[in-house]
Design a protein around this ligand. Sequence first.
Ligand code: HEC
Ligand code: HEC
Ligand code: HEC
Ligand code: HEC
Ligand code: HEC
Ligand code: HEC
Length: 259
Amino acid sequence: MKIRFLFLLATLLLTSFFVTVSLQESFAQSAKSYQYGNIIMRDSASVDSGGTVVFRHWSHRSKYSCRLCHVDLEFSQIAGDSGITEDDNQSGRFCGTCHNGKEAFTIKLCAKCHAQDEKQLQEILKADKKAFFAFQKTMPRSSYGNKIDWMKAEQDGLIQLKDKLPGISPVQMNFVTNQRNEPLEPQLSGLPGIIFSHQKHVAWNGCGMCHPEPFKLVNGTTEMNMQEIIAGQYCGRCHGTVAFQINDCALCHSKPVSL
Ligand code: HEC
Ligand code: HEC
Ligand code: HEC
Ligand code: HEC
Ligand code: HEC
Ligand code: HEC
């Protein structure tokens, strides 16, 4: 029985792999651990346009909650969608909220973010790769994505996430969720059901990153399937771009099956 299940999973894995490759080029499935979650926010070497900007999730998520950036600071959860201008940054919005010379290096150091030619870009990428592997060494490991078990790192206190910035975040925030796990049942017998933990997500994501979109506020009413998830919707908005990848089937399909 166990063998039948493993066979099923392997077949599904293979099909989902091909679907993935054909479905979405931007899907970061094939990204190397040091590139996973990196976003090329500006892809232009011209000086007028500031120059190429690479934003790294791995370095920022080791210090801040997802919620802080994606709710309080209004960064979009879709790459290229925030509409950031130089003026915004200089006025202390978006990247400029933290890159003000206090929380992080000042926005005036253009070359720290913008590479204006291929040589500068290569130098930045080389330095980042080195910094990533030095950081990865200090973290618990996992199989996919950044190959860092971010959940464990947060739970063990190896990283401490700032979830508020004074003057920007609401003063009072108290996220209370039900402590139970929400079971979601995929419509296929023999496939382990999904265990979704609110408690574990809230530390990173608050509520506003998931409600009212893409998830409805009544259990069992959001219609979603694996194809859509692989294509980057629902759970796949984060899993496959920033949080652990879709390859890690058993991390979501973790409810024991009775065959
Ligand atoms: C320091 C701020 C910051 C933090 C912290 C942060 N993000 Fe982001 N995130 C961004 C920016 C900036 C973008 C790019 C937005 C754009 O291009 O307009 C982005 C983009 C994304 C995207 C779109 C990716 C894509 O390829 O389409 C997702 C999904 C996302 N973030 C999820 C997360 C999750 C989950 C976390 C926490 C684990 C997180 N972010 C933490 C700033 C942040
Ligand atoms: C919530 C605060 C915060 C926001 C928002 C933020 N950063 Fe950062 N960033 C930091 C901190 C803290 C560091 C590390 C300390 C330092 O280098 O001064 C950092 C470091 C960096 C670095 C150095 C290399 C690396 O990746 O660690 C780059 C490049 C960078 N940020 C780009 C950006 C860009 C681009 C944006 C906007 C899209 C942004 N940051 C938004 C806090 C932030
Ligand atoms: C913390 C990282 C960071 C620093 C430092 C930074 N920028 Fe930017 N800059 C960005 C990001 C992110 C964007 C928006 C990219 C996008 O979404 O297309 C941007 C966009 C721009 C743009 C194009 C948009 C527009 O408004 O025309 C220009 C020009 C620009 N920056 C110039 C500069 C100059 C000049 C400096 C130094 C005084 C600077 N930037 C410093 C991150 C940074
Ligand atoms: C990472 C995404 C995510 C985050 C963050 C999140 N939720 Fe949910 N929530 C879900 C999913 C998925 C469901 C199930 C939806 C379904 O089955 O249609 C759900 C269901 C619910 C339900 C319905 C429960 C029921 O018994 O019917 C409530 C209420 C809810 N969430 C409240 C919250 C609150 C409050 C927060 C913040 C403290 C929060 N959620 C944070 C994803 C999230
Ligand atoms: C981030 C969590 C997550 C990961 C990782 C994940 N799944 Fe799913 N899967 C889901 C959710 C959520 C559903 C839909 C459940 C529902 O609608 O109640 C689902 C449904 C399914 C279904 C049911 C049929 C369908 O198309 O919806 C299959 C088959 C499936 N997943 C296979 C896989 C395989 C194989 C992998 C690994 C390659 C995988 N899943 C990884 C969350 C995940
Ligand atoms: C808004 C972004 C976001 C969405 C949407 C999201 N997740 Fe997550 N999830 C995260 C982050 C961040 C973590 C922390 C671990 C990491 O980054 O790999 C996480 C962790 C998990 C874990 C690991 C829990 C543990 O015990 O270690 C599971 C399982 C999971 N998610 C399942 C799901 C399922 C199923 C869905 C869809 C119903 C979903 N997630 C939707 C961001 C998200």
